[in-house]
Design a protein around this ligand. Structure first.
Ligand code: CDP
Length: 288
């Protein structure tokens, strides 16, 4: 099940897998494999413990791991794990940790839409206007930008993500990324559109309140506002999440929805370790 492979991620808008073009990395959402031992341990059912080398920001040397491993799906193809779900449900935390445990590359596909939205805002353009030019010229190193996780970019990303031409421009990069060596990808349409034949599909959800609290904490870990102020801020975050869910679920192209064969994990009452353990159990059941 464990195979060795030199890992090269394709360029966005480039020639795709097999082009041999290593992507300059050190980015937030794009990370090379953690190596074979981690994958073997995880599939043997060992607790992941602290060896989740899941912080993509610590990745160095590009999306290249000459000694990296790539686990295979039961039919011998590259193992692709799709992690979909609404905003702040815990997809990213899980997907990053899974990738670290299984020795697979990881791609946070939301960053692609965030970059496109950010670039529209930078250009003084309405994100609802045609953003396909920004999508077609996007480069992997853009994913490392530090200004992609603001509420303004949340909204802009959702707007550009509703445009068929933007999604078309970003599709091949995502497919090539996963096809090259297998991968864990998180997003909204990984199991339905990008990799409809992924060996493992997870759909991560949580209540509006739990998601709003988590997102508020991510953005405000450094502050301790009075209870009333905190409550009002969480309520505002919740309203934003609900609005974005509605836009993401209601759009015509690649709407947010669970694939028919996805396994759902509700993270309301589970901490990150418990979600990871459950996901590893599902992967073992599917992949063996
Ligand atoms: O981190 P969070 O869950 O808030 O959002 P994200 O995953 O970074 O995605 C930002 C936005 O990009 C979403 O609201 C979607 O509109 C869009 N997106 C998408 O349409 N398809 C994906 N595969 C990933 C993100």
């Amino acid at each position: 099940m464990i195979r060795r492979a030199a890992m090269f991620a394709p360029e966005i808008g480039g020639r795709g897998a097999g082009s041999g073009t290593p992507v300059a990395d050190g980015t937030n959402g794009l990370r090379p494999s953690a190596g074979p031992a981690a994958g073997e341990r995880a599939l043997a059912g060992e607790a992941p413990g602290g060896k989740v080398s899941g912080d993509p920001a610590s990745a160095t040397g590009g999306a290249v791991a000459a000694d990296g491993s790539a686990m295979a799906a039961p039919d011998g193809r590259r193992l692709v794990i799709a992690v979909d779900g609404p905003a702040a449900a815990g997809k990213g935390t899980l997907a990053r940790a899974l990738a670290g445990c299984l020795g697979l590359p990881y791609l946070d596909t939301g960053l692609l839409y965030r970059v496109v939205g950010r670039r529209m805002l930078d250009a003084g353009l309405d994100p609802s206007a045609d953003a396909s030019g920004e999508a077609a010229t996007l480069r992997a190193e853009d994913l490392a930008r530090g200004d992609l996780r603001t509420p303004e970019v949340d909204r802009a990303a959702s707007r550009v993500a509703g445009q068929p031409a933007v999604r078309a421009a970003l599709l091949q990069f995502q497919r090539s990324f996963g096809a090259a060596h297998g991968a864990v990808l998180d997003g909204r349409d990984i199991g339905t559109v990008i990799f409809p034949d992924a060996a493992v599909k997870l759909f991560i959800s949580a209540s509006h309140r739990a998601r709003a609290e988590r997102r508020w904490l991510q953005l405000n870990a450094h502050r301790s506002p009075a209870d009333g102020e905190r409550e009002a801020e969480i309520a505002a975050v919740e309203a934003e999440l609900v609005a974005r869910d509605a836009a993401d679920s209601g759009r015509e192209v690649a709407p947010l929805r669970a694939a028919d064969d996805a396994v759902r994990i509700d993270t309301d009452r589970l901490d990150a370790d418990a979600v990871l353990a459950e996901a590893l159990r599902i992967v073992r059941a599917r992949v063996g």
